[in-house]
Unconditional design. Structure first.
Length: 121
């Protein structure tokens, strides 16, 4: 994985823009599990849509939120999504990343739509 990519900074900037465009008035968490080119998790970040906070979490930490989505994604693809080389909707339709929702039946259209605005531009 490229150590020069500052995912914390990219995610913070992108989450601020997403919140400006599509403010969500409830707490929901996206846990980004960033994979290296061999498919191993190398970094994990927790994004809170209510206050746009981003925290790095340890690889073995248990997630204790009552509702959240874990996104498992290759670091190169995440970089492309955050810098608008790719678009979240195309990535979702094309199964370019994996999402696990907890609990399983917690699909929320507005929260899912937040990802479409999670980018720097």
């Amino acid at each position: 994985m490229n150590k020069k990519i500052n995912f914390m900074r990219l995610l913070k900037t992108a989450s601020l823009k997403a919140h400006q465009k599509l403010g969500i008035d409830e707490e929901y968490h996206f846990v980004s599990s960033i994979l290296d080119k061999n498919g191993q998790i190398k970094l994990r970040f927790d994004l809170n849509t209510l206050d746009n906070s981003i925290t790095q979490i340890q690889l073995d930490d248990e997630i204790r939120h009552s509702e959240f989505s874990e996104i498992r994604i290759d670091y190169r693809y995440l970089y492309g999504l955050l810098t608008t080389v790719y678009h979240w909707n195309n990535a979702e339709v094309g199964s370019q990343y994996f999402t696990n929702r907890y609990p399983l039946n917690n699909f929320k259209r507005k929260v899912q739509g937040y990802l479409n605005f999670l980018a720097l531009a």
